[in-house]
Write a protein that binds this ligand. Structure first.
Ligand SMILES: Nc1ncnc2c1ncn2[C@@H]1O[C@H](COP(=O)(O)OP(=O)(O)OP(=O)(O)O)[C@@H](O)[C@H]1O
Length: 225
């Protein structure tokens, strides 16, 4: 994974939400923390080009997120804060197959990929279920499956354990820990990122601290106090 922010800034209607940021990310598991409204989601959305920089640029694996937006989005999977927004088609296995449609694979290959990804997350029994019937934890695992079936090189998750009860939170946390993919996780759940390779702390639209989880979480506690 090679993500570069080069003096990249984000503004919404003249208001700076992310001050110019220069940063290179190569670690496999990166956590992003900070108070509400500190700019975390905006930062994450800039990585897959959902938010275009108002100045500077963001380059992902050699591709500019604006000029080569399609290539970047094919390689950067994004799991939104509300997994309900992730599942578009009513039946889970149909929704997961949808992500593979652009590849024009034979029917059997699509079926094998869908069954394989559902099995990987232990939700094969939910294949024929309607998305709105799933519990919060099941929905989060389904969202993971729907994004990872396309094998993105980088996976971004925006508060993946936010709306979950303790049981589902543990399940989703364990699942995230078991992922082999390059991941960037925004989280208010500090235990989730406690053993990550690098943590970024945002505060008032600036990168306030950057390093190993222990020191950065301590700094966050000072800011929050
Ligand atoms: N599309 C938008 N238009 C206008 N303002 C926006 C937009 N998206 C975000 N903002 C503003 O930018 C600031 C940073 O928001 P952002 O969602 O990046 O923060 P965050 O750290 O992810 O917050 P949270 O932890 O609450 O999800 C906020 O003040 C927010 O209101």
């Amino acid at each position: 994974m090679d993500i570069r922010f080069e003096q990249a800034e984000a503004r919404f209607e003249e208001r700076i939400v992310l001050h110019p940021l220069t940063l290179s990310l190569t670690e496999r598991r990166i956590g992003v923390i900070g108070l509400n409204g500190s700019g975390k989601t905006t930062f994450a959305r800039m990585i897959n080009g959902l938010v275009a920089p108002s100045a500077g640029r963001v380059v992902v694996n050699g591709f500019d997120t604006v000029k080569d937006g399609e290539k970047v989005r094919a390689d950067v999977g994004f799991i939104f804060q509300n997994p309900q927004n992730q599942i578009i088609l009513p039946i889970l296995k149909e929704d997961i197959a949808l992500g593979l449609k652009p590849r024009k694979l034979p029917k059997q290959a699509i079926e094998a990929a869908v069954n394989g990804i559902l099995a990987r997350f232990g939700i094969g029994h939910l294949a024929g279920r309607r998305a709105h019937e799933l519990s919060g934890g099941e929905l989060q695992l389904a969202a993971l499956a729907s994004v990872l079936v396309t094998e993105p090189g980088i996976l971004i998750m925006d508060e993946p354990t936010n709306q979950l009860d303790l049981k589902n939170r543990d399940l989703v946390e364990r699942t995230i820990r078991g992922l082999d993919e390059n991941i960037i996780v925004i989280s208010h759940d500090l235990s989730l990122i406690a053993d990550f390779d690098r943590v970024l702390l945002f505060h008032e639209g600036r990168l306030a601290a950057d390093g190993l989880p222990g020191g950065i979480v301590a700094r966050y506690r000072e800011i929050a106090a």
